[in-house]
Design a protein around this ligand. Structure first.
Ligand code: ADP
Length: 262
């Protein structure tokens, strides 16, 4: 569906001739609609835990006032819900920061080895909680790209956290780094692979959409906002890089970041 704005202007005086100009508004409309959808989704995602907290506060002030067991249980739920809201707000802030500065500052060299190692080191508690062992296999040579260190840290943090959370049953996560291709086709590839349940094929193209979560028990049971991979995609686009996803049910998933070597 395309939307045009049409303006008519007279040619000269009393000529009876008009020029009609058609301006394609479809893209602007599409962006407006996306923004409205986004706000609606974000509000809904924040409202759900908030409603739950409000409900428990009411119960604690009323029927459960003198029941210490119920009180502990409800406080625990309320704490989980505030955690969920905090994660969502952090992700929303990351997205809005990315949108406020749509272009990268040029010229900063980032060593991907150091970045990924720093992410692995920061995973300590999550790796401990899930019992996942992270294996690294970095090829020889330079793995430097131009970009923003914090943003690239966030890319690999999101990918590795997902691999540990969703791929937990596989027991290990592999990170590999290599150079592939020649000349203008040359790329640096960083792959984060897990051996968990995998992603059903029809969901693979959609997991990078905002708020999209695959509705299988394993993923619903995990803490998340559905924004992690959309942030990854956003950051990679700014870096001229892209994400590819391969996954097989029962075997696991591989998320590969491709950086052009220019
Ligand atoms: P979040 O993890 O906050 O839900 P993401 O955008 O990072 O959001 O991921 C979107 C969805 O993609 C997840 O909810 C999960 O269903 C699926 N997913 C992501 N990574 C994996 C993985 N390694 N294995 C299986 N499913 C995954």
């Amino acid at each position: 569906e395309r939307v045009y704005r049409v303006t008519a202007s007279a040619v000269g005086r009393g000529t009876g001739l008009f020029v009609l100009a058609f301006k394609d508004q479809s893209e602007a409309r599409r962006i407006d609609r996306m923004r409205a959808d986004f706000i609606a989704n974000a509000s809904h995602e924040l409202r759900t835990p908030l409603a739950s907290i409000a409900g428990f506060v009411e119960t604690l002030r009323g029927p459960a006032r003198n029941d210490p067991n119920a009180r502990d249980q409800f406080l625990q739920i309320m704490q989980n819900q505030t955690g969920r809201m905090a994660r969502l707000i952090d992700d929303l802030l990351s997205l809005s920061r990315l949108e406020m500065k749509p272009y990268l500052k040029p010229g900063v060299r980032v060593d991907l080895r150091q970045t990924v190692d720093a992410v692995i080191a920061s995973l300590g508690p999550l790796a401990g909680e899930t019992g996942v062992v992270v294996e690294r296999d970095f090829g020889d040579g330079s793995f430097e790209v131009h970009g923003d260190r914090d943003e690239l840290f966030q890319v690999f943090q999101n990918l590795l956290e997902n691999a540990c959370k969703y791929g937990q049953s596989g027991g290990r996560v592999q990170v590999t780094m290599r150079r592939v291709g020649q000349g203008s086709e040359a790329e640096l590839e960083v792959t984060v692979r897990d051996f968990g349940p995998g992603i059903p094929e029809e969901h693979i193209p959609r997991v990078t959409e905002r708020f999209y979560r695959v509705d299988v028990e394993t993923s619903r049971a995990q803490k998340g906002t559905g924004l992690g991979l959309s942030i990854v995609k956003h950051i990679l686009t700014r870096h001229g890089a892209r994400l590819s996803i391969r996954s097989k049910l029962g075997e696991g998933s591989a998320f590969t970041v491709h950086f052009p070597i220019a």
